[in-house]
Write a protein that binds this ligand. Structure first.
Ligand SMILES: [Zn+2]
Length: 164
């Protein structure tokens, strides 16, 4: 009787991980060269025992394999190097989403969304009404995601003059 052909076993995760990046000599980043998630992070497929095969973020695999972090840790694996493709475990730390966002702000990567808030005439009318009713500009700014000075400009009609 012929033996059935050996079932194709995927290469161990460590092998696939270390084959997936190139070391950037300038900054020490291990830059992921294989598949990417649409947000720019590296991705790697893995079938864990008792779980369906799925794609994991490559830098989470790095933190898991090389730093011993729990892959399912609710904390984010953040980059000190701001390089989303980087899977160098020495460039990773665990943090909350707000750590991540705070860090990005601190490093000037993100503009506060307050800059981008689009207002409509109806908002302007309401903002002026709230101010007339005695709501502090700071509170209105928070409610609308605006800078206080923008609220002041609207209330004093330096902006949106054409809206009554
Ligand atoms: Zn890096």
């Amino acid at each position: 009787m012929r033996k059935p052909p050996p079932r194709h076993e995927p290469l161990p995760i460590e092998v696939r991980f270390h084959a997936g990046y190139k070391v950037n000599e300038t900054n020490g980043c291990w830059e992921w060269r294989k598949a990417h998630h649409n947000h720019g992070y590296g991705a790697i497929g893995w079938k864990l025992p008792g779980r369906k095969k799925r794609a994991y973020l490559a830098h989470r695999i790095a933190g898991h394999l090389l730093n011993g972090w729990d892959l399912f840790d609710p904390l984010m694996f953040c980059h000190t190097c701001d390089n989303k493709q980087c899977v160098n475990p020495a460039h990773l730390y665990r943090g909350t989403n707000s750590d991540n966002i705070r860090d990005a702000f601190a490093r000037g990567l993100m503009k506060p969304y307050r800059h981008h808030r689009k207002l409509y005439p109806a908002d302007v009318i309401y903002i002026r009404k709230l101010s007339l009713l005695g709501m502090p500009h700071r509170a209105i700014a928070d409610k609308y995601g605006l800078f206080v000075r923008s609220v002041t400009r609207i209330v004093n009609r330096h902006q949106w003059r054409d809206v009554v």
